[in-house]
Design a protein around this ligand. Sequence first.
Ligand code: SAM
Length: 328
Amino acid sequence: MNTSSANFDQWIAGLKKWHGWLQLSAERAYMHAEEEYNSHYGVNAPDPAEGEGLCNLLKTHAVDTSGPALEIGCGTGFLTYGTALHYPGPDLLITDPSPAFLQITREQFDANFAGRARRHFAILNADDLGQLPDRMFSVISMRSTLHHILRYEDFIADTARCLRPNGALIMGAEPCEAGYLLMAAVAQSIPNALKAAGVEMQPAWTAKLTEFTDTVQYCCNRDIDKTYAEDKHFFSPHELSDLGAKHGLDLKFLPTAQFRDFAPPYIPGFHCFSRFFLIYMEFCMRFEPAFMEQIRRHLMPQLKFIDDCHRVHAGPAITGVFLFRKES
Ligand SMILES: C[S@@+](CC[C@H](N)C(=O)[O-])C[C@H]1O[C@@H](n2cnc3c(N)ncnc32)[C@H](O)[C@@H]1O
């Protein structure tokens, strides 16, 4: 056993326990029912591709993976499963503020699971990283979680402190401000486009549309106390790049990329704006089928215009992978 894994073991052994979990923060339930999360997104089996893609990216970018990895906001384990299968380091600390999510994630692993890294589970709110030891982790990973963290500037500073030299903070599926703003602007044109086509907006359609555009405005705004909101922030890659640089983290931003793009069969999931927009409204915003049909029929000119601006290059960046390398 090398000194660093001995340090990690010692630290883990000294942590408080709560109902069988390691406890680094007070537990907190998710805003929506945890047990409905997978069915909402149509997930019905553990999926190794996200975590495999993440580990492949770490390798491609020569990130040091010899020490423990920390996953923040594991949810139902969508990223965790493949990471646990492919992470080459000795330990994986899997965390979430919600014990119900930790339980769902832990149940993915049966006795025959092949991953080498030892798995540890802890309750952790990312606003409490201050108590994690300096230079403990080689990798800090997360997916679709940064936008839930209240003080994300402090979070980036804390991750920089907890990472080892040549380690990395790697984040996927985070919302980019300009891309979401574009989606909201297109969404706001729906009522007029339908009116011009002689289609009457149903009150339920208006309510869903307003829910989306209000959320975008809320997440873009920076003059609101967001303590009690679940979804809080949208990000600009250039701002995150400046923030990282302030703390010795060098950002490589991969626009429109998802972790699974870097796992077999290596096919990028993002095709074009129109497809992302329609899938998002149908599955994430849950616009009803009759509304979606009218959008597909009457919004094509607006959507096609944006697709035609990105015929041979990635964009617009609605989301992407953020890989922050810690300086050596
Ligand atoms: C949108 S879900 C993503 C879950 C999972 N990573 C995935 O990709 O499916 C956001 C996750 O972040 C967690 N979360 C919310 N606020 C958090 C915080 N302050 N610190 C750490 N995790 C948080 C939630 O409990 C939830 O599991």
